[in-house]
Design a protein around this ligand. Structure first.
Ligand SMILES: [Zn+2]
Ligand SMILES: [Zn+2]
Ligand SMILES: [Zn+2]
Length: 369
């Protein structure tokens, strides 16, 4: 199986509790034996822990981590419900994920705590993917080009807009309210609106900033996504007034992507993380999409620029085709179970070429990291 797009997992085996029960990224207790469970961002493993009554530190019995002492994140027993661990010797009381949070909503206001908890859970899940991909995710206090999150609720007369500015991602926690998010999705005429999708999109803006210091990268970006120097405010205003061009689906991943090259990049970046996550999970659980009994139209390597290294290009296209097969399966599975399609997207030739640009840009970023 190709390892070009879906990078090999640091942890490429199933995580299980000491009792043998499988563990998942969101677990903070084993549902079978009640053991405390946490995620160690260093080894990228979900493991069960027992406390050392003398030191108060936590230990796990899996051989690779047996000599290591851990502490639980300070926000574990809060509405954040954080299940990430810290190595005992590290400074501070907040895990890698919680260190990135700069602002939380007023928890005294009814409902805010629950919504904040859901938003943090979505963030942790996406951060696990960034760790796997080896992408930079230092906090603002550790690096001036670092990353931060603000989780905010609108107040009367003060509307909070979800967005990115200078490494800080602001998320309106109403997006964690299923009925509000769904109503907004309907109003905006979107096919897909999720917390993970928002976080992935805004991360796209963050990584664009990191990449765009390099003039030669900018040139490649412009040849693929267009010139981002066109007026952003006017472009967005135009999009909100007139909507996307009727033929947007031939060249973009979403209607919103057509509003401005920055948004095209962020939407395409978000979709790259979306399909990379899907492919990695399938691979982790031993599902080979090429073995599925279904018909899928396929892309070929001629979709990519002629300058692309042939073997890397072939492997990338093979993974894109795997993803198409996998997404057909998960959409039909979900529909059969009465749920909306988890991946209501149709790829086109132009978008596949843009996904390649995201893919090769992220590899560059991860190699530098
Ligand atoms: Zn257990
Ligand atoms: Zn934490
Ligand atoms: Zn955006």
């Amino acid at each position: 199986m190709s390892t070009i797009l879906s990078v090999p997992l640091v942890n490429d085996h199933l995580d299980v509790c000491i009792c043998g029960n499988p563990l998942y990224a969101h677990n903070s207790q084993c549902v079978a034996c009640g053991a405390e469970v946490g995620f160690d961002p260093v080894s990228q493993r979900v493991v069960s822990f027992a406390t050392d009554p003398v030191t108060g530190y936590w230990h796990t019995t899996i051989p690779e981590l047996s000599g290591q002492a851990f502490r639980m994140c300070l926000l574990r027993k809060t509405a954040c419900n954080c299940n990430w661990m810290l190595r005992a010797e590290t400074n501070g009381d907040h895990c890698l994920s919680c260190q990135l949070t700069q602002l939380i909503p007023q928890l005294g206001i009814p409902g805010n705590a629950k919504l904040w908890g859901r938003a943090e859970a979505a963030k942790r899940r996406v951060l696990i993917q960034l760790l796997r991909l080896g992408l930079p995710m230092k906090s603002k206090s550790a690096s001036p080009t670092g990353l931060g999150f603000k989780f905010m609720a609108s107040l009367p007369g003060e509307l909070v807009l979800t967005g990115h500015e200078d490494g800080v991602i602001t998320l309106n926690i109403s997006e964690a309210d299923d009925s509000e998010r769904e109503a907004m999705r309907e109003r905006m005429g979107e096919n897909y609106r999720t917390l993970a999708g928002h976080i992935r999109h805004e991360l796209g803006h963050y990584y664009w900033d990191l990449l765009s210091h390099d003039e030669s990268w900018l040139e490649i970006f412009r040849s693929c996504f267009g010139d981002e120097r066109q007026n952003y405010d006017t472009s967005l205003q135009n999009h909100h007034q007139n909507g996307a061009p009727s033929n947007w689906a031939q060249t973009y991943i979403s209607a919103y992507a057509s509003s401005h090259p920055w948004e095209d990049w962020a939407e395409t970046f978000g979709h790259y993380l979306h399909l990379e996550e899907g492919l990695s999970l399938a691979r982790h659980f031993g599902l080979e999409p090429n073995d599925l009994r279904l018909f899928a139209a396929e892309f070929n390597v001629a979709t990519l620029p002629a300058t692309v290294d042939q073997s890397a290009g072939h492997a990338f296209i093979a993974d894109v085709n795997r993803w198409i097969r996998l997404s057909l399966l998960i959409n039909d599975l979900a529909e059969g179970l009465g749920q909306p399609h988890p991946s209501p997207f149709v790829l086109n030739v132009a978008t596949v070429a843009k996904l390649w640009q995201v893919h090769s840009s992220l590899r560059k970023l991860s190699q530098k990291n």
